[in-house]
Ligand binder design. Structure first.
Ligand code: 2PG
Ligand code: MG
Length: 391
């Protein structure tokens, strides 16, 4: 028996696998998934019945059955749910935890959590252009300690925001971070920096990162980025980021440029070498072909991995292996529209990912991943180190 639920994003990349929705306005405003469910029950299910319980076999059958590059016939949401459920059933059959089944090895290292504590962009109803402001407790020794560091900063941040901006400022956005009425990127980074020091942590205990998700504020007609009340070209935007890295010691910068801007990514990656990591999300969409292009062009230091951008567990693992082989770090990530499914907690452990990005320590669908990682830490026992982050 294996069960799985798949997520959905608000700031999706143009090249993601297709999430099949009904489009029937009378049900769930057109967002129903009865066609995807029926594909699972009447098309995929009967074809897979009787095969060995093996996700790789199931994935290759489903990829062939679908036959399209973007999985638009059966829907990546239908295919991924079956793929994850099959992996889970196989682990169950072998009596093993999912992470051990996905990648069997002697020693596992746990990911550093990237916690999104202030939400902006498409994830919140405020004026911040940048979508995510993340805290990264790289100075913690264990995963449990990292969660504590993050939770303490998150709650001190709440007190500061409430005191300075009133009670509305601590309403939360899609990923559990606060959505205060701030306007500028620097305002958000300032207030988080204060929360970190007021919690008693140093700048090296808890680092900062941002995901501007910049395709969302890119004006392709004028080739400018609309951020913080200004219209910046790629060069000016790069200067803006370099300044932020210098002032706030940012550790990670995700999707700094729009999703086709490989050469702008490469330029920034080179400039920040040894200082901050550049992560590619919408530019790669967990697609091995696009990651290969990124590797060739040295477009980033890290790759964001979202299973539902590509649509099977097999291809997700391929994207991770490819990135790791090229010396890139990985960030296993949730979506803004998440479920309580904890698959990514196991995936991050299985592959030894440097990071997991799964929201603030708030809202059940985010906390479920942190809780599962705490259980995994317990299961591994004393030999459960946290990944050491280089930069
Ligand atoms: C991102 C994600 C997850 P969404 O851009 O990294 O945080 O957002 O799921 O909306 O694409
Ligand atoms: Mg992103």
């Amino acid at each position: 028996m294996g069960r799985a639920a798949v997520p959905s994003g608000a700031s999706t990349g143009a090249h993601e696998a297709v999430e099949l929705r009904d489009g029937d306005r009378n049900r769930f405003g057109g967002l129903g998934v009865s066609r995807a469910v029926s594909n699972v029950n009447t098309v995929i299910g009967p074809r897979l019945a009787g095969i060995d319980c093996d996700f790789e076999e199931a994935d290759s059958i489903m990829i062939r059955m679908d036959g399209t590059k973007e999985k638009k016939k059966l829907g990546a949401n239908a295919i991924l749910a079956v793929s994850m459920a099959t992996a889970r059933a196989a682990a169950q059959e072998r009596g093993e935890p999912l992470f051990r089944y996905l990648v069997p090895k002697d020693r596992y290292v746990l990911p550093v959590p990237m916690m999104n504590v202030i939400n902006g962009g498409k994830h919140a109803g405020n004026d911040l252009a940048v979508q995510e402001f993340l805290i990264e407790p790289v100075g913690a020794k264990t995963f449990g300690e990292a969660v504590r560091f993050g939770a303490e900063v998150y709650h001190v941040l709440k007190q500061i925001l409430r005191k300075e901006f009133g009670p509305y400022a601590v309403n939360v956005g899609d990923e559990g971070g606060y959505a205060p009425p701030l306007k500028l990127t620097r305002d958000a980074l300032d207030v988080i920096s204060r929360a970190i020091s007021q919690s008693g942590f140093s700048q090296s205990d808890v680092r900062l990162g941002i995901d501007p998700a910049s395709s969302e504020f890119y004006d392709s007609e004028k080739s400018v980025y609309l951020v913080d009340g200004r219209a910046l070209n790629a060069g000016e935007l790069e200067d803006f980021y370099v300044d932020l890295v210098r002032t706030y010691r940012l550790l990670t910068l995700e999707d700094p440029f729009h999703e086709e801007a490989f050469s702008d990514f490469s330029h920034l990656t080179k400039k920040l070498e040894g200082t901050a990591m550049v992560i590619g999300d919408d530019i790669y969409v967990t697609n091995p072909d696009r990651i290969r292009t990124g590797i060739k062009k040295r477009a980033s230091t890290a790759v964001l991995i979202k299973p539902n951008q590509i649509g099977t567990v097999t291809e997700t693992l391929e994207a991770i292996k490819l990135s790791q082989k090229a010396g890139l770090s990985t960030v296993i990530s949730h979506r803004s529209g998440e479920t309580e499914d904890v698959f990514i907690a196991h995936l991050a452990t299985a592959v030894g990912s440097q990071f997991i990005k799964t929201g603030a320590p708030a809202r059940g669908e985010r906390v479920s991943k942190y809780n599962e990682l705490l259980r995994i830490e317990e299961e591994i026992g004393n030999d459960a180190p946290l990944n050491r982050i280089g930069t």
